[in-house]
Design a binder for this molecule. Structure first.
Ligand SMILES: Nc1ncnc2c1ncn2[C@@H]1O[C@H](COP(=O)(O)OP(=O)(O)OP(=O)(O)O)[C@@H](O)[C@H]1O
Ligand SMILES: [Mg+2]
Length: 325
């Protein structure tokens, strides 16, 4: 598909360049012919009174000019052809990359959707065939099915969120926000889970203000806190802090959990990427979408998100946002 598009684009480049080149050549030929005629007929160039006006010489001169112009056009065709082919390739490369990325994304998304769907289907089929199924057994199957449905809902929500963030985000309502309020809001949604895992979360915030969308920024903090919880052993500690550094608000979320290996570190913001440790039996839940959503949100706010981590020693995620001014 891209080969034909590249050839078509090259043809268009060539067509335009050759149209310009041929028009100018025609014009040059006309001007030069007129000058040759004028030169041949002008009486001041006739040395003698009986100077014989040589018509053949004029025709030959015209042919030579025409030949030179044709040669020049041939050369332009060759150079413009190769240059056009090269430029067409360069023009199409980013589009090709985006399409490739989208293809991979759809492939990964369908794969992730299929896993809980298959589990759900086989669970229901088996229980349907079981004629001696008891009420508690049926209830347990229903509750497992609900769990799988929850996973599907969470996956489709993440996919929708990413699609929205890929689209027009100018409509996001932005306002002046106190970072400590954002931290408090994210706490509300994470406390129960932290308690269940016996993990304590400490926070240190000041009166730093940023300009952004409340819901999305809280969502980012939840994503980071959720990861810290998910990849930390029970009984450990998580810290979140906010401070002002130069013209930026710096939010840090650090944990003493599993950490990330240096080979995984460059990939964790990619869609659907999960380190092997995250896929292990203790941390089955998750699709590898949280951090890519967080990164998109922060980029939309003209900020950046970075990570420092050592395997087995914990991780520190740093979010930098422009200050409200
Ligand atoms: N605090 C952390 N400690 C250790 N590993 C982490 C931490 N945060 C992220 N990771 C690693 O980065 C990967 C990507 O994180 P991300 O939040 O995008 O996906 P996820 O948590 O696996 O799934 P999801 O967020 O979609 O539920 C994780 O699978 C894990 O390997
Ligand atoms: Mg996550």
């Amino acid at each position: 598909m891209f080969k034909t598009a590249r050839l078509k684009l090259t043809a268009w480049y060539l067509l335009i360049i050759m149209f310009i080149s041929l028009s100018f050549s025609g014009l040059i030929f006309q001007i030069v012919s007129r000058e040759i005629n004028r030169f041949a007929r002008a009486p001041r160039f006739r040395v003698e009174e009986n100077f014989l006006f040589n018509e053949d010489l004029v025709v030959e001169a015209r042919h030579r000019v025409l030949l030179s112009l044709l040669e020049i056009n041939g050369l332009i065709l060759l150079i413009a052809g190769s240059l056009g082919y090269f430029l067409a390739g360069k023009t199409l490369k980013p589009i090709e990359a985006v399409l490739e990325e989208q293809k991979r994304f759809i492939g990964d998304a369908s794969h992730e959707l299929r896993t809980p769907l298959t589990a759900l289907k086989s669970m229901l089929e088996v229980s349907l065939r079981d004629k001696k199924i008891t009420l508690p057994e049926a209830k347990s199957i229903i509750s497992d099915s609900l769990e799988e449905t929850d996973k599907l809902t969470s996956l489709s929500n993440s996919l929708l969120e990413l699609a929205r963030l890929d689209g027009d985000t100018k409509k996001l309502v932005r306002e002046k926000l106190l970072v400590k309020d954002l931290v408090a809001d994210s706490f509300k949604q994470i406390t129960l889970r932290a308690q269940a895992k016996n993990i304590s979360i400490t926070s240190r915030t000041n009166s730093t203000q940023v300009f952004g969308n409340r819901e999305k920024l809280v969502e980012t903090l939840i994503i980071l806190l959720d990861n810290a919880l998910k990849y930390s052993p029970s009984g450990s500690q998580i810290n979140i802090s906010a401070q002002t550094i130069k013209n930026t608000a710096l939010i840090k979320v650090s944990d003493h959990g599993a950490g990330i290996s240096s080979s995984d570190l460059p990939h964790i913001f990619e869609r659907f990427y999960r380190a092997d440790i995250a896929r292990s039996k203790n941390n089955k839940d998750g699709f590898g979408l949280g951090l890519s959503i967080a990164q998109k949100i922060i980029e939309e706010h003209k900020g950046k998100i970075e990570v420092k981590s050592k395997l087995g020693q914990g991780s520190e995620f740093k979010v930098t946002l422009p200050l409200f001014s």
